[in-house]
Design a protein around this ligand. Structure first.
Ligand code: NAD
Length: 429
């Protein structure tokens, strides 16, 4: 099949590479020329575990192409996937639909033959109807269907998740469109676990899932606060809870609060949608408010642990395995620390370049973790990079002015840190 993908970001690029690997002919389209030039010259534009190898393999085999031309990507395509951003509106916090609407208008002009327009971006319920209307207005003779095909990949595991989806939700209102999407995923065989629902249900499933996961994180963070006061250990509590199959062990890791490009934006968008329909969603509203406040509480926690203001920060990405810093709790804690007058030297294995575009020279950037802690009054671990687990704690301590560690990611146990001579503050115990 020929597939056009509009938007070559954290969703579009891994999906494009994945579909090419499945044997489809993929054209990835992006409005940013520099991005397309880089990709065409073999330079990958984002970090995802295992992506670069598959990207090069399929690019060199001619199975995936990159262009700024909508015409090239859409003409003759069986499926056109929309994977552009739906960022939060700065004031209303609802999903900003300008990229979706612009993409729909543009792609409409180049539809030739029956085409399924599949929306992978996370969009408010009813967007499928809007996209359909826009395409119809621009190109009244176009033969097309619009389906909702929400994306559930986890950043940092995008390649793994593409090839091992829990489920593929397809919101299709016609049998014809459904059949095309079935063919798209045919190479998966039985592994695909396709779930066909109506388009609005599909759009809702994405928000309902993300809001639920965000609430689960918030729940265990509140339990962590409780455990700290009550003398329990939140990790033991989470383990005991997670063994109940009705609860499950995932998303029960306490930390500095959820972040990234999806949960904050999607919980806010869900709350706005519910308010519009006059439906009370108090759990989601509370989760948003408390999660926002948690970043400031975490900055306080770090400053309370030390008498000094020279803080070494380990981790800037919103989670391990990615260079994405969008609404990263680590970045928000860094900003809160700066506001309190702290001086920061930071290290992240992958996200330094991206972080520089966000905080510039307000902080210092280290070459590695040992460099970051040189002369520091405290070290704060803010992202769960697995490589931090391998740090030599004695060497780390030797470089510091005072051996204070605040570990917001359960990288080390209290015993490990204390036996290396650190004064240790963790979460939830
Ligand atoms: P992104 O910002 O990384 O990528 C979007 C890309 O679209 C950009 O490169 C931008 O230049 C391009 N673009 C915008 N308008 C365009 C147009 N008219 N023509 C061509 N290109 C255009 O965004 P992302 O993180 O990949 O997210 C995309 C969507 O997928 C969002 O709705 C997001 O909520 C959803 N989503 C993201 C993730 C994730 O892990 N990042 C997971 C699931 C769903």
């Amino acid at each position: 099949m020929k597939i056009g993908i509009i938007g070559t970001g954290y969703v579009g690029l891994p999906s494009g590479v994945g579909f090419a690997e499945l044997g489809h002919d993929v054209v990835c389209i992006d409005a940013i020329k520099q991005k397309i030039d880089d990709l065409n010259s073999g330079k990958i534009t984002l970090y995802e575990d295992g992506l670069e190898e598959l990207f090069n393999k399929n690019r060199l085999a001619g199975k995936i192409k990159f262009t700024t031309s909508m015409k090239e990507g859409v003409e003759g395509a069986d499926v056109v996937i929309i994977a552009v951003g739906t960022p939060p509106h700065p004031v209303t916090k609802e999903a900003d639909m300008k990229y979706i609407h612009a993409a729909a208008k543009e792609l409409a002009q180049y539809i030739t033959g029956y085409t399924v327009v599949a929306d992978k971006s996370t969009v408010p319920v009813g967007t499928g109807d809007d996209v359909e209307k826009i395409i119809r207005e621009v190109n009244p003779n176009a033969d097309f269907d619009v389906v909702s095909l929400p994306e559930f990949l986890r950043e940092g595991f995008a390649v793994h998740d593409f090839f091992n989806p829990d489920r593929i939700i397809v919101g299709a209102n016609t049998e014809r469109a459904r059949k095309v999407i079935e063919d798209l995923y045919k190479p998966f065989g039985d592994k695909a676990n396709m779930v066909y629902v109506n388009r609005k249900s599909s759009e809702t499933i994405k928000y309902a899932s993300n809001a639920f996961l965000a609430m689960k994180i918030h729940y265990i963070n509140e339990m962590a606060n409780f455990c700290e006061k009550a003398g329990a250990d939140v990790y033991e509590v989470a383990k005991g809870m997670g063994l109940d199959t009705r609860i499950g062990p995932k998303f029960l890791n306490p930390g500095p609060g959820y972040g990234g490009s999806c949960f904050p934006k999607d919980t806010n968008a869900m709350a706005v949608m519910a308010r519009k329909y006059g439906v009370e969603m108090s759990l989601i509203e509370t989760t948003i408010r408390q999660n926002d406040a948690r970043k400031f509480d975490m900055a306080e926690k770090i400053l309370k642990a030390t008498n000094g203001k020279n803080i070494a920060v380990l981790g800037l990405a919103f989670k391990g395995g990615t260079d994405d810093c969008r609404q990263s709790p680590a970045m928000e804690i860094v900003n809160a620390l700066l506001e309190k007058g702290a001086q920061i030297k930071a290290y992240d294995p992958k996200a330094m370049t991206v972080a520089k575009t966000l905080v510039g020279d307000k902080i210092e950037y280290a070459n590695d973790a040992y460099d970051a802690v040189q002369g520091a009054d405290a070290v704060a671990i803010l992202t769960e990079w697995t490589c931090f687990k391998d740090l030599d704690l004695s060497k780390l301590k030797a470089n510091m002015k005072s051996p204070v560690m605040v570990d917001l990611r359960n990288t080390f146990s209290k015993e490990q840190a204390e036996s290396a001579g650190f004064k240790f503050t963790g979460i939830g115990r």
